[in-house]
Design a protein around this ligand. Structure first.
Ligand code: UFG
Length: 346
């Protein structure tokens, strides 16, 4: 796999696919952050749909083992020149943009890091696209742009009022895309993920974060004895069992939404934002129960205080993605999602 990778930043290095004798088909898609969790699953879906994903990743959080469906370029979003060259050399027709920092807690203590990478990095990408003449972008946005909604389910018309710099950085980008669209230089889709979870059902790739902060992998680690217990952050929320409710959406379903969004843009579809969730919420305790059922192992639990900034309930109204993109999640139960994650981790 290393053969596909080439060092980029400041070296002027470019992908070595030509020297490997690989002839790329016409529909190459630049995938920033394509070595990460959602990005790598999207690459697999792109390849299955007949596209060639060209991964552009600085490998700060990405993994070289996750670059399996096309060439990879080691580079930073800030490197506009390398981005533009990569786009030109691979005849890229559109961009899927995943590369971003994504820790809510970290964003609260180091907001500059989030503005620099997520916002300024996207400015660099848009500049590179403009100079290379590429005008179609699918952006990895988040339900974090909604902050604490007044009502659920959350539709795309729900006011976006982020409560942390991570969500703010995603909203800044959405607004930037909108102005570029109005200027006539871009058509874009923003996909607002709810809680990405699970792993590739074939076991090729899965979720690995360092540090890990997400609920499902932590519960699985507790079931596998890799951590003492799962700490439940808050048991006094105004929810049926007192713990937070989230809409867990399988990462392969998210990946398929990207190919659907890309097809839509390539067919001439208008710029738009879409929520991606199942429309069904599960509490922290329900997730723990699902892991117990799937793993048939005990999961030690510790009750802990609320985590700052956690909204009590986030559930998507994803009907717009269904009707406009024809996207339907295939993993529609929590157990089905947990099974793929458990298989990956164990
Ligand atoms: N939780 C625990 N214990 C843990 C970890 C999480 O109880 O050890 C709880 C959280 O408090 C929350 C739920 O499990 O109620 C889900 O937490 P995650 O950290 O897995 O996910 P979040 O809902 O906090 O975050 C997700 C995405 C973010 C995005 C956010 C939007 O991971 O990128 O949704 O709200 F910003």
């Amino acid at each position: 796999m290393d053969l596909f990778l080439t060092c980029g930043r400041g070296t002027g290095g470019l992908p070595v696919s030509d020297s490997l004798g690989i002839v790329e088909p016409a529909r190459s898609i630049l995938v920033t952050g394509g070595a990460g969790y959602v990005g790598s699953h999207a690459c697999k879906a792109l390849a299955a749909a007949g596209y060639t994903p060209v991964v552009f990743d600085n490998f700060e959080n990405g993994h070289d083992w996750a670059v399996r469906w096309g060439p990879g370029v080691v580079g930073d979003l800030a490197d506009t020149v390398l981005l533009a060259r990569t786009i030109a050399e691979h005849d890229v027709v559109a961009v899927l943009h995943f590369a971003a920092h994504a820790y809510v807690g970290e964003s609260m203590v180091d907001p500059g890091k989030y503005y620099r990478n997520n916002v300024a990095g996207t400015i660099s990408l848009l500049d590179a696209m403009k100079s290379a003449g590429v005008e179609k972008l699918v952006f990895s946005s988040s339900c974090a742009t909604y902050g604490v909604p007044e009502a659920v389910p959350i539709s795309e018309c729900t006011p976006q009022r982020p409560v942390n710099p991570y969500g703010e950085s995603k909203l800044c980008v959405e607004r930037m895309l909108d102005w570029h669209g109005r200027a006539g230089t871009l058509r874009w889709i923003a996909l607002r993920y709810f809680n990405a979870a699970g792993a590739d059902p074939a076991g090729d790739i899965g979720e690995v974060h360092d540090p890990e902060t997400h609920l499902l992998p932590l519960v699985i680690q507790a079931a596998l004895g890799k951590r003492d217990a799962i700490r439940v952050f808050g048991t006094d929320y105004p929810t049926p069992d007192g713990t937070c409710v989230r809409d867990y959406i399988h990462v392969s379903d998210l990946a398929r939404a990207h190919t659907a969004a890309l097809d839509y843009l390539l067919r001439g579809g208008e710029s738009a934002a879409f929520n991606l969730g199942t429309g069904r919420g599960y509490s922290v305790r329900e997730v723990i129960e699902a892991v117990r059922r799937v793993s048939r192992r005990p999961v030690p639990v510790e009750e802990a205080p609320r985590r700052e900034g956690d909204p009590p309930v986030l559930v998507a109204d994803a009907s717009k993605a269904r009707s406009v993109l024809g996207w339907h999640p295939q993993f529609d139960t929590l157990d089905a999602i947990v099974k793929t994650a458990y298989n990956w981790h164990s």
